[in-house]
Design a protein around this ligand. Structure first.
Ligand SMILES: Nc1nc2c(ncn2[C@@H]2O[C@H](COP(=O)(O)OP(=O)(O)O)[C@@H](O)[C@H]2O)c(=O)[nH]1
Ligand SMILES: [Mg+2]
Ligand SMILES: [Zn+2]
Length: 342
């Protein structure tokens, strides 16, 4: 086994069943072939807060030989940032899609027309993560007036840069290349077929990811199935992801507010602090809807995400309460046993 896996910091490039592929965490030496490192039997790694964590792409960890000499992931380092998805199960909370990312590239195709609601939803994911969100409108070569559409997208993405690119024609990529600095990690999210893998290849300057051939039935043959981190020659890290089903996006109030600062600001001007923006007098949000300043579509999108955030907050409170109750029951049972045993 390579020296890199013994006691040194590694970066997870891919998670497999029972093992992970890693490269040296240090950007200057990360470009070699990834090495396979075993996970403990439960697939988890001891990490922050004394907990065992499911490793994810982008994690930084320490690899050490186990008692039997085989290297395993021995310790997970705290995540600087974490891109999370709501997990379907009722017991676990969220699933980390990627860790330690600095920039989230929200990829959306110009053809067919971009879905503004989906962009807003993915921006919520990015703002929540704490990384810098950047919208990338792809396939510019297929549409005549990309800049008009880009202006609409820009209005739906306050605080985020919006770039119009064609990865196949190599246009508009310079501002993205400028983001690729040593040690910086970017993750590309967006629907399947948006051109994420093509973009990753264009930025990498090599065929590092296979690209989906669009067949007559619209299904890709080589669509990305794994999340994977690529160490670029320039020292930046790029994570490609499969199409993210938008339903799994975890909203939280702060991320919704960051995505919709225009709505949040209007709401501050409502007469009542707890205004629901329905039929209250002095509602600044309603007034903006009526004047056309705030598009109905954006308001609906905000309301949906705000409701989801509230619902998810209540559910995570309920989960915490259930966990507390389970702990308390266990303690009581232990106490009873102890009393009986006296
Ligand atoms: N015309 C054009 N097609 C593109 C562009 N980028 C990607 N594609 C095509 O879109 C399809 C899906 O691309 P892929 O990168 O696999 O999308 P992903 O599912 O988001 O990874 C493929 O057929 C690509 O060749 C582009 O800039 N222009
Ligand atoms: Mg792909
Ligand atoms: Zn209001």
């Amino acid at each position: 086994m390579d020296s890199l896996t013994v006691g040194s910091q590694v970066r997870v490039v891919r998670v497999d069943r029972g093992a992970v592929l890693v490269v040296p965490a240090d950007a200057a030496s990360a470009r070699g072939l990834p090495v396979r490192v075993e996970l403990d039997r439960d697939g988890l790694v001891p990490g922050p807060q004394g907990l065992r964590w499911a490793p994810t792409v982008g994690d930084v960890a320490v690899s050490r030989p186990r008692a039997d000499g085989v290297p395993h992931l021995a310790e997970l380092l705290p995540r600087r940032t974490e891109l999370v998805r709501d997990s379907a199960g009722s017991t676990s909370r969220t699933q980390a899609l990627a860790a330690n990312v600095d920039v989230v590239l929200v990829a959306e195709h110009l053809d067919p027309e971009p879905d503004l609601g989906r962009i807003e939803r993915l921006l919520t994911l990015a703002w929540r993560c704490g990384a810098r969100p950047v919208v990338v409108l792809t396939k510019a070569d297929l549409v005549p007036r990309a800049s008009i559409v880009a202006a609409e997208v820009t209005a739906a993405a306050p605080g985020a840069d919006v770039h119009v690119v064609s990865a196949t024609a190599d246009t508009g990529l310079e501002p993205l290349r400028a983001l690729l600095r040593p040690g910086v990690t970017l993750v590309v999210v967006g629907p399947s077929g948006a051109g994420k893998s093509t973009l990753v290849n264009a930025l990498a300057g090599a065929e590092v990811m296979s690209v989906g051939d669009r067949r007559a039935d619209g299904r890709g043959r080589h669509t990305t199935t794994h999340r994977e981190l690529i160490a670029l020659d320039c020292g930046a890290f790029l994570i490609d992801t499969p199409g993210l089903r938008a339903v799994g996006v975890v909203a939280d109030a702060a991320a919704v507010e960051a995505t919709f600062p225009d709505v949040a600001e209007l709401a501050l001007a409502c007469r009542f602090a707890d205004c629901a923006h329905e039929s209250e007098p002095g509602c600044a949000v309603r007034a903006a809807l009526e004047s056309g300043e705030l598009p109905e579509r954006r308001f609906d999108s905000w309301r949906r995400l705000a409701r989801e955030a509230a619902w998810q907050a209540r559910r995570s409170d309920a989960r915490l309460a259930a966990l507390e109750k389970a702990r308390w029951k266990q303690k009581t049972a232990e106490y009873r046993r102890e009393v009986r045993g006296r």
